[in-house]
Ligand binder design. Structure first.
Ligand code: ADP
Ligand code: ASP
Ligand code: MG
Length: 403
C-alpha cells in the first residue's frame, strides 16, 4: 500500500472506450488500497489539431497564447477520466497544472518545472479521492499557463512522484516498454526488462520519444522508481533504474532523431577564439548546439559545421547573420534534410571496434556519413534524412540487437 503515480499517453485515452479502459486500470490499483494520482495527456492527435487551429489564425502566434491553447487538450482528458472513474463508482477529482501546484519557469512551450507544491493533491488524496492531473502544463510566477514541450506529460508524472515521494511512477503507453529501437521502425526490436537512467536519458535525448528526456533526468535526480508499460496489453514492461549492465549488453539501443538541421560557416579565419565567438553567441540566445565539425585550416581559413534542433534553425541563422560582420564567414549554408542516428550503451566505452561496426553497417547499406560525434555512452552520425530508417535497421541488425 502506498502512493502510485500512473501516467497515460494520448493514444491510451484516445476515445471513450479507452478512457473507460484507463479508469478500470486506475480503479484496480486504488481498490488494492493504494493512493493514486493519474496524469493524462491530450486525447489522440488533439495537440497537433490545436496547433493547426492556432496556425489558421497566425502562423507565428505568441508562445504565451500557444501554451494557453495547448493546455486545453489535457484539460479535456482529465475531466473525461474523472467522469469515467466516478461513473464506475469511485471518488475522483481532476486538477489542472496550476491547481496541482506545478510551478515552472517562463520559457513558454518548453518550460521546466521548478517545484510541485502538491498541497492540493495531498489534500484530495487524504479525502480518498483518485486525483487526475493534467499533464504537460504548469504555471509560472506571473500566474500564466506554461507547457513543458512535446511529450512533457511524462515529466509531470515523474515530478509529482518525486514531490510526493511516490513508491512507483508508471508510464502507460501504446507499446509494451522500452525497446532496443523504435518497434514501429524495427520489426524485431527487443523489449528491455530494465535500463539504467543514464542509458534511458541518452536514448530519450537522441530520439526515443517513448519517454520525455526531462522525465528521465528528474527520475534519476530524485531516484524515482520508473516503469514503462502498455495500457492495453497486460505484460511486464521496462524498469528504468540506477544500475546498469543487467543484461551485459554492449549496445543497448539504436535511435534516430529527425529534429535536426546542419549549419556550415565557410572560410572563417583560422585563429584562436573563433569557435568560442560563434558558440558563445548561440549560447547567449539559448540555442544549444550538438554535433560540431571543424575542418583543418588551409590558407588561414577553416570551415565550422554544427547541428541545432530543427525548431532552432531560424533563430540560429538569424543570430549568425546578424553577427557575421564579426564572425566573417564567406558563406552560411544550412541543410534540413538530415537525421541523427545513434547507438547507446554504457558498455561500449571499454570495447574497441564498436564505432567501426556501426560504420561498417552504414557502409554496407550504402549510406554516407556527414558528421560523427561520440561520448562515453553513445555514438551519433549525421546522415541524409531519407536513409534514417534504413540506417537504424542496418545498425540494429549488425549488432544483433533483436536476438
Ligand atoms: P504516449 O502518447 O503514450 O506518450 P509516445 O508516442 O509519446 O506515447 O511514445 C510511445 C512511442 O514511442 C511508441 O509508439 C514508439 O513508436 C516510440 N518509440 C521510439 N523509440 C522507442 C523505443 N526505443 N522503445 C519503445 N518505443 C519507442
Ligand atoms: N499532449 C502533449 C503532446 O502531444 C504532451 C504529451 O503527450 O505528453 O506533446
Ligand atoms: Mg509521450
Amino acid at each position: 500500500m502506498g502512493l502510485i503515480v500512473q501516467k497515460f499517453g494520448g493514444s491510451s485515452v484516445a476515445n471513450a472506450e479507452r478512457v473507460f479502459n484507463v479508469a478500470r486500470r486506475v480503479i484496480e490499483t486504488y481498490d488494492q488500497g493504494n493512493e493514486v494520482v493519474v496524469v493524462v495527456s491530450a486525447q489522440g492527435d488533439t495537440t497537433d489539431d490545436l496547433i493547426e487551429k492556432a496556425k489558421e489564425i497566425d502562423e507565428r502566434a505568441s508562445r504565451r497564447e500557444m501554451d494557453v491553447i495547448l493546455s486545453a487538450g489535457e484539460q479535456i482528458s482529465m475531466s473525461l477520466l474523472a467522469m469515467a472513474i466516478q461513473k464506475l463508482g469511485r471518488p475522483a477529482i481532476s486538477l489542472t497544472g496550476w491547481q496541482a501546484g506545478i510551478i515552472t519557469d517562463s520559457n513558454y512551450s518548453k518550460s521546466r518545472i521548478h517545484r510541485v507544491t502538491g498541497e492540493r493533491i495531498r489534500r484530495e488524496l487524504d479525502r480518498r479521492n483518485i486525483v487526475v492531473v493534467a499533464g504537460f502544463q504548469g504555471i509560472n510566477k506571473y500566474d500564466d499557463i506554461t507547457t513543458l514541450g512535446r511529450g512533457g506529460s511524462d515529466t509531470t508524472a515523474v515530478a509529482i512522484a518525486a514531490a510526493l515521494g511516490a513508491e512507483l511512477c508508471q508510464i502507460y503507453t501504446d507499446v509494451t516498454g522500452v525497446f532496443t529501437s523504435d518497434p514501429r521502425i524495427v520489426k524485431d526490436a527487443r523489449k528491455l526488462d530494465s535500463i539504467s537512467y543514464d542509458e534511458m536519458l541518452e536514448m530519450a535525448s537522441l530520439g526515443a520519444n517513448v519517454l520525455h528526456n526531462r522525465s528521465v533526468e528528474l527520475a534519476k535526480k530524485f531516484n524515482v522508481n520508473l516503469e514503462v508499460l502498455s495500457s492495453l496489453e497486460r505484460v511486464p514492461g521496462t524498469i528504468v533504474k540506477g544500475e546498469s549492465n543487467m543484461e551485459k549488453m554492449l549496445v543497448r539501443g539504436v535511435t534516430r532523431d529527425n529534429n535536426v538541421a546542419r549549419i556550415s560557416l565557410c572560410d572563417v579565419e583560422d585563429t584562436p577564439g573563433k569557435a568560442f565567438q560563434v558558440f558563445s553567441l548561440l549560447a547567449k540566445h539559448k540555442i544549444s548546439v550538438d554535433v560540431i565539425l571543424q575542418s583543418i585550416g588551409h590558407d588561414g581559413k577553416k570551415d565550422i559545421s554544427f547541428t541545432v534542433d530543427l525548431d532552432n534553425l531560424d533563430g540560429a541563422l538569424k543570430v549568425i547573420q546578424e553577427n557575421n560582420a564579426i564572425i566573417g564567414a564567406s558563406e552560411i549554408i544550412h541543410y534540413e534534410n538530415v537525421s541523427k542516428v545513434s547507438i547507446i550503451g554504457a558498455g561500449m566505452t571499454s570495447n574497441a571496434g564498436v564505432a567501426a561496426t556501426m560504420f561498417e553497417a552504414l557502409y554496407n547499406a550504402g549510406i554516407n556519413i556527414q558528421m560523427i560525434s561520440t561520448s562515453e555512452i553513445k555514438i551519433s552520425v549525421l546522415i541524409e534524412k531519407e536513409y534514417a530508417e534504413k540506417a537504424v535497421k542496418a545498425i540494429h541488425d549488425k549488432f544483433h540487437l533483436g536476438e
